[in-house]
Ligand binder design. Structure first.
Ligand code: ADP
Length: 314
């Protein structure tokens, strides 16, 4: 999905063709197609979903949910059918950030209909419990509840489902990564050492369960004073880049601290819609394109296209 760059891409290509064949009549028609890509061998594809992308962080409060919501919205704006599952069971904040509330509907009494917020299909445990009720569940209950939320939701024609994982690298996260059929994961961190140490643990966790890490997203990477324009690196500088080069990974994007972003997420009106050309919106669009670009290079899942082979005694 690359709506944001289609026109420029089209113009550029058209120019190149005309340069190469000045006398030819050209009619350039570009389109894109989103395929399902490989998942861990021990897992099975979920009905209605082509690709799952896990958004993880080593610790809480680094902006993982903010990144997950904006990434899903950016994917939608880029032309994909996107959805989000809030698996941060101890602090489900996606409903608030997406501006959805109320119990999800169920047409058959067994499965749940996703809640639609800003054009995204969404599901969260936060929709099933009161906002001020703490989830005092232990590990196995959490993983079971999340698996159920994932498989019992009636996802419809989803190209990319973003999963906002619970923060950390404990047993719950490890089990989830083993059981959920993900195409790839991204790790959100702030630039400071204390966050990066835990982000490295996240990386090791994905290695263990053979989930490809698509790259690192540095959030709160600096603050530009709205009065004087001075950039202040409140949480340090260059940390994600250092981690990326240590592990031969890419920094997929850097998002500054922005009070407008924070305010917009708090009221469930993400600022990505207000000004598509703002630096923050553009950073999320770029993030979406580089993530899906990377996934598109992975092997396609051809299991559904594979012919049925029958051996008969004739
Ligand atoms: P996590 O999911 O890692 O716990 P959240 O996404 O809930 O973190 O973010 C924690 C708080 O920080 C939220 O209030 C959110 O609005 C704010 N926040 C996240 N990223 C930014 C940013 N780049 N600039 C300003 N505030 C941010």
């Amino acid at each position: 999905p690359a709506e944001g760059i289609m026109q420029a891409f089209h113009e550029n290509m058209d120019k190149k063709i005309k340069e190469a064949y000045p006398d030819a009549q050209t009619n350039l028609d570009l389109s894109y197609e989103i395929s399902a890509h490989g998942i861990q061998k021990s897992t099975e594809r979920i009905k209605g979903i082509k690709n799952i992308i896990a958004v993880a962080s080593g610790k809480g409060g680094v902006g993982k949910s903010t990144t997950a919501v904006n990434l899903a919205l950016a994917l939608k704006e880029e032309g994909a059918n996107a959805a989000i599952l809030d698996a941060d069971i101890y602090g489900p904040s996606i409903p608030r950030m997406l501006g959805v509330s109320g119990q999800p509907d169920s047409e058959d009494g067994k499965t749940l209909m996703p809640k639609i917020g800003h054009g995204l299909q969404s599901m969260s445990i936060g929709l099933l419990v009161e906002e001020d009720t703490p989830m005092i569940w232990r590990g196995p209950m959490v993983t079971q509840a999340l698996e159920q939320l994932l498989t019992d939701t009636q996802w419809k024609d989803v190209d990319y489902l973003i999963i906002d994982l619970p923060p950390g690298t404990g047993d719950v996260q490890l089990t989830l990564c083993q059981k959920i059929p993900v195409s790839g994961a991204v790790i959100v961190t702030t630039p400071q050492d204390i966050s990066l140490i835990d982000a490295r643990k996240g990386l090791k966790m994905f290695e263990k369960v053979k989930v490809p890490v698509l790259g690192i997203i540095e959030n709160m990477s600096g603050h530009i004073c709205s009065n004087c324009g001075h950039e202040d690196h409140i949480f340090g500088k260059g940390g994600a880049q250092k981690m990326a080069s240590d592990y031969s990974l890419d920094v997929l994007g850097s998002l500054p601290i922005d009070s407008q972003l924070r305010k917009s997420m708090d009221i469930g009106e993400p600022m990505i819609f207000e000004d598509e050309n703002s630096k923050i919106s553009q950073a999320y669009f770029e993030l979406a394109r580089s993530i899906t670009g990377k996934i598109s290079n992975f092997n396609k899942d051809l299991s559904r296209k594979f012919p049925k082979i029958v051996v008969e005694d004739s």
